[in-house]
Design a protein around this ligand. Structure first.
Ligand code: PLP
Length: 398
């Protein structure tokens, strides 16, 4: 069955006249989410009150929803669980991976990784002391830097600025060859293209649901632990809902079986309801179709921008196998240009120091939107209309 992208687009609320190229940062609202969340509020919370934990299945939601995410990332069923934010899940994965490589002290990552991942690693290394350290190298140098001093390779598959994509299968194979573990951060991969975390050797994988998966602001993250490790890892964040028997109220921690031990505290029931609505749309999507559409729309966008905006420099690799879903261009006045574009109803975003990012998300973006965005951008660049003080005032979120 081929995916019907006209049908998927109809399932999102998209404000009239707006072209939304920021689904890589915050996905749009699935039309059924409001009713699904309203049902969770009035029908479940309102009517059932505390009984909702059992009767509405709130307690099992993190693993049930985790199984639906597992399909999207190529994980075995029963090995993904939802909760917390991605930064927390990075910390948990890293702490557990370090525990599985007790003789080594180096966490290897790249300088293009998202700062929160690096900060979490720095914080954990400081807590552990004993010579633990984070080492970062340029993205192209990761493969060559994996040696037998490395405990854990912690890589975000797609660079949040450039859109460059790592070869995770190759990095995983190399990590295992030298006895290291690998953590895949799929923040910009899950819902962007097909993934095979199980087949391609991820030891741990983490990601968020509010970007491509469209769960809404503050939606919970996911964590995958490879089955071979799932019953071995001792969680660093040993919360009661990761306990084997939370309602035994045992004063001593004993981890739950498998990935359930990566749960920490009370799950975000309302956000999970919104994510369930979003996953109903994903059920109709073949990720190979999505990838093909994304690459072709990306090529169309690159060609259009390069033909009309010669001062914008493409920073995303042209080669299909080296790029994720977003397309990025650099310009020293990128912030003002993006603000001018947003004022015209084309929403992308800006990442310091000079990157304009455009998310290419075929569930709700097609050729018409790509052409509209190119036209607006070329009009702004040709007229110089971005060069106004109002477009240069920096907001808190860029
Ligand atoms: C978006 C993103 C995050 C955000 O983490 P939160 O804890 O959900 O705010 C972390 N890491 C990467 C790689 C990201 O792209």
């Amino acid at each position: 069955m081929t995916t019907d992208f006209t049908a998927t687009k109809r399932q999102f609320h998209l404000p009239e006249g707006l072209i939304y190229l920021d689904g890589n940062s915050l996905g749009p609202l699935p039309k059924t989410a409001a009713a699904r969340v309203a049902q969770a509020i009035t029908g479940e919370w309102g009517e059932l009150l505390i009984r909702g934990w059992n009767k509405a299945g709130w307690m099992d939601q993190p693993s049930k929803v985790g199984d639906r995410v597992a399909r999207l990332i190529g994980a075995e069923a029963g090995h993904v669980v939802m909760g917390d934010t991605l930064s927390i899940k990075v910390y948990q994965a890293l702490a557990s991976a370090l525990q599985l490589a007790p003789k080594r002290r180096v966490i290897l990552s790249d300088t293009g990784n998202f700062p929160s991942d690096l900060y979490m690693a720095q914080g954990l290394a400081q807590t552990l002391g004993a010579d633990y350290r984070l080492k970062t190298v340029a993205p192209e140098e990761v493969l060559g830097a994996i040696d037998d001093t490395v405990a854990v390779v912690m890589i975000t598959e797609v660079d949040y600025r450039s859109g460059r994509r790592h070869d995770m299968a190759a990095l995983s194979a190399r990590a295992h060859e030298v006895g290291a573990l690998i953590i895949w951060d799929l923040a910009h991969s899950a819902g962007a293209f097909p993934l095979q975390v199980a087949k391609d050797g991820a030891d741990f994988a983490v990601g968020c649901s509010y970007k491509y998966l469209n769960s809404g602001p503050g939606g919970p993250a996911f964590i995958y632990v490879a089955p071979r490790h799932a019953n071995l890892v001792q969680p660093a964040l040993s919360g009661w809902l990761g306990h084997d028997a939370p309602f035994a109220f045992d004063p001593d921690y004993r981890p739950a079986p498998g990935v359930e031990r990566m749960r920490v505290g009370t799950p975000p029931v309302l956000q999970l309801a919104a994510l369930e609505a979003a996953l109903d749309i994903w059920d109709s999507v073949d990720l190979h179709d999505l990838r093909a559409a994304c690459l072709s729309l990306g090529d169309r966008f690159i060609a259009g921008v390069e033909a009309t905006c010669p001062t914008l420099r493409l920073v995303t690799p042209r080669a299909h196998d080296q790029r994720g879903s977003q397309i990025s261009f650099a310009h020293p006045e990128g912030y003002a240009i993006m603000q001018a574009l947003i004022a015209q109803g084309v929403i992308g975003d800006f990442r310091a120091p000079d990157i304009l990012r455009f998310g290419i998300t075929p569930l709700f973006i097609g050729a018409v939107e790509i052409d509209g965005a190119v036209a607006a951008l070329s009009q702004i660049m040709t007229s110089g209309s971005w060069d106004r003080p109002e477009f240069k005032a920096r907001a808190k979120v860029t």
